[in-house]
Design a protein around this ligand. Structure first.
Ligand code: ADP
Ligand code: MG
Length: 669
């Protein structure tokens, strides 16, 4: 007897609803996109009870004639695609033709719509996928969709809706996204009868961002403008390095004006901040990526917040470099040289740097230092009701200060070191089969004097500045290391028998913790700390896919995790030393890196990755003052590790400036 049967429509719609309709915000997303596609110039979103009791979206778009209004609820009913060829060139937001059908299968829906030339508006009522009524109504041109009692007929899903505050937060975030992506459309957002966002049509993003976030916030942002039209144009705004968030919630990313939560872009954005933001904290960003339509596939994810780029690496490069340039333009990072300019003329490089960083840096710095604290709060009030994302714990000194004449020696020395480090990492990334031999350092690009603003007349002559600081080989380390103090509260300055040492306190501690976590795990002696209040977090679909594989390994390290339901996980205990506040970030980061491609990674590699991630999140941060005893302790512990000179991610931990080179630098030999 045949046992395969075709599912009735309402069942397949409910299944599809599982993909499209995750929470009220995902319903709002579909409705707002439909309004935008219908050419609306004004969109009003009204919610009650976190969108669960009521979610209403009205627009003044083109509306639908009666037949279309009925047809719109059929599965795969869409006015936007006619053939599969159209799929390649999608410019509208919706196109799968399943949103309305899915939503109507799990809620009580009323659609009222009017076209420019119909005699009367049409009202269609549908409950749980069953058409109740179609009749005339009064409505100005445009469409209003009213969704009541979301999931009223799917108790299993209703149970997993979060608190009203959480759902409202997601809705607010979503409306913010669309308001930013479409400055030309007027947006109004009404929560429980109170209008929380009112934005009239604006002439550009800047004006819209001002309407949404306020002037202070904007003053604090750096403008991004880069990339290439053939691959990806990148524009928008990013926060200064001092303005840190503990989640990605303040990142608004758009691809061809479509709001995305794309890991590739998120990661490239973070990479742009490499060396100025530690792991686990995130910048705020409004980033618009424009690519030719054929370069991007938006049909990847049912909720369409993920996209696939044909040339993903090139897009990531464009984002990273544009962000880097913006930071460099404001004087936060060094202007970088193109890697291929191996044997370039020194003068040229320095000249370019001067020209580009000079004036811009000053203004940016001035306005930035003027407007830090208050601005972040403005945004927080609006976007982050729980305010936990504002990382008050990162109370930082002003970021990089251009070296003043009096502080010249160390500041410029540091910039050389920074540069060496950066080049090092880049080379290492690109280079296979590096032997790890310390003398290889000779092959590194010479470290040239800083092309920073505020010329530094007393820099050592070029040739003696070359090879200024070198990576240290394990063999050359002795126990005789004496800490002297800290540089920028980030690097321990020490001496040993061969010269001056700089020890990156964060990576040094990372190495110590990595070895510790790894040993405890191997010996099954991991220690846990119970959380007073378990933290919960929601897995993305991608994270959920690797979670089951990862969870047992995490537990070996001292995590106690409980999968509550669906994609919610409760953290009941964390490994010792890991600050409770970091646990969630660490897990999210790890779940993101151990992605499906790496699903079959060898156990050992996976264990290393977990230990490295734990170490990174538990380690002392940069920009943290250390008492002398603590420095002593750290150095002693570091020397006992399996590899004191490289961190678990392969970065150098210690740089040495040899006494001999110092003597040479001062022309004493
Ligand atoms: P899709 O947007 O993928 O085409 P939907 O299920 O979201 O599928 O919508 C089905 C169809 O209903 C759309 O193609 C569009 O023709 C029509 N529609 C939906 N919402 C609106 C609206 N606000 N204004 C005008 N037409 C709409
Ligand atoms: Mg749609």
């Amino acid at each position: 007897m045949s046992i395969i049967r075709v599912l009735p429509d309402h069942v397949s719609n409910q299944i599809a609803a599982g993909e499209v309709v995750e929470r009220p915000a995902s319903v709002a997303k579909e409705l707002v996109e439909n309004s935008i596609d219908a050419g609306a110039t004004r969109i009003t979103i009204e919610i009650e009870g976190g969108g669960r009791r009521l979610l209403k979206v009205s627009d003044d778009g083109e509306g639908m004639v009666r037949d279309d209004a009925v047809l719109a609820f059929e599965r795969h009913a869409t006015s936007k695609i006619r053939s599969s060829d159209d799929l390649a060139l999608i410019a509208t937001l919706g196109f799968r033709g399943e949103a309305l059908a899915s939503i109507a299968s799990v809620a009580k829906v009323e659609l009222t719509t009017q076209t420019a030339d119909a005699a009367a508006a049409t009202r269609v009522t549908i409950d749980g996928g069953k058409m109740r009524d179609v009749k005339d109504a009064a409505h100005p041109r445009g469409t209003t969709l009213t969704i009541r009692d979301l999931f009223f007929n799917v108790p299993a899903r209703r149970k997993f809706l979060r608190s009203e505050a959480t759902e409202t937060f997601h809705l607010t975030n979503l409306v913010t996204h669309y308001a930013l992506a479409h400055p030309e459309i007027a947006f109004s957002f009404i929560n429980n009868g109170r209008e929380v966002l009112h934005a009239t049509a604006a002439s550009d993003l800047k004006e819209r961002a001002y309407q949404v976030f306020g002037q202070d916030f904007l003053d604090n942002l750096l403008e991004v403008d880069g990339g290439h039209p053939q691959v990806a144009r990148v524009s928008g705004y990013i926060s200064a390095p001092r303005d840190r968030r503990t989640s990605r919630d303040s990142q608004y990313l758009f691809v061809n004006r479509r709001f995305v939560r794309d890991r590739l872009i998120g990661r490239a954005l973070s990479e742009g901040y490499r060396s100025v933001l530690p792991h686990g904290v995130y910048p705020a960003a409004l980033l618009f990526i424009e690519t030719p339509l054929e370069e991007v596939d938006v049909n990847v994810h049912p909720a369409k917040t993920e996209v696939r780029f044909r040339r993903a690496a090139a897009v990531a490069d464009a984002v990273r470099e544009s962000v880097r340039d913006a930071l460099a333009g404001a004087g936060f990072v060094r202007e970088e040289r193109e890697p291929e300019t191996g044997g370039r003329g020194e003068g040229e490089t320095a000249g370019r740097g001067d020209a580009e960083t000079g004036g811009r840096g000053d203004t940016a710095n001035a306005s930035l230092s003027a407007a830090v604290g208050a601005s972040a709060q403005t945004e927080t009030r609006y976007l982050q009701p729980d305010s936990e994302s504002l990382s008050a714990n990162f109370d930082l000194r002003p970021d990089y200060q251009p070296p003043s004449q009096s502080k010249i020696d160390f500041a410029s020395f540091m910039s050389s070191v920074e540069e060496a480090l950066e080049e090092e990492t880049e080379e290492r990334d690109g280079e296979m089969g590096r032997s790890g031999d310390g003398e290889k350092v000779d092959q590194l690009s010479p470290v040239s004097p800083s092309p920073r603003p505020l010329g530094t007349p007393s820099l050592p002559p070029l040739n003696s500045a070359e090879k200024f600081a070198r990576e240290v080989t394990p063999e050359s380390l002795s126990a005789n290391i004496r800490p002297l103090g800290q540089l920028e509260e980030s690097f321990i300055i020490a001496t040993d028998d061969e010269g001056l040492l700089l020890i990156d306190q964060h990576v040094a501690h990372e190495r110590v913790l990595f070895d510790k976590y790894r040993t405890l795990e191997a010996e099954r002696r991991s220690e846990s700390q119970q959380l007073l209040v378990p933290e919960t977090f929601d897995l993305t679909p991608a994270q959920a896919a690797v979670y089951d594989q990862l969870a047992p390994e995490l537990e070996n390290y001292g995590f106690e995790l409980m999968r509550l339901s669906g994609r919610t996980v409760a953290i009941k205990a964390t490994p010792a030393d890991l600050p409770a506040g970091e646990a969630r970030n660490m897990l999210a980061e790890l779940l993101d890196t151990v992605d499906s491609e790496k699903k079959n990674t060898a156990r050992e590699t996976l264990r290393d990755e977990i230990a490295a991630s734990l170490a990174c999140h538990a380690a002392i941060k940069v920009n943290m003052p250390l008492a002398p005893e603590k420095m002593r302790w750290l150095i002693d512990r570091l020397l006992q590790t399996s590899s004191p000179t490289t961190c678990p991610h392969g970065r150098p931990v210690i740089l040495r400036l040899k006494t001999r080179d110092i003597l040479k630098g001062f022309h004493r030999i």
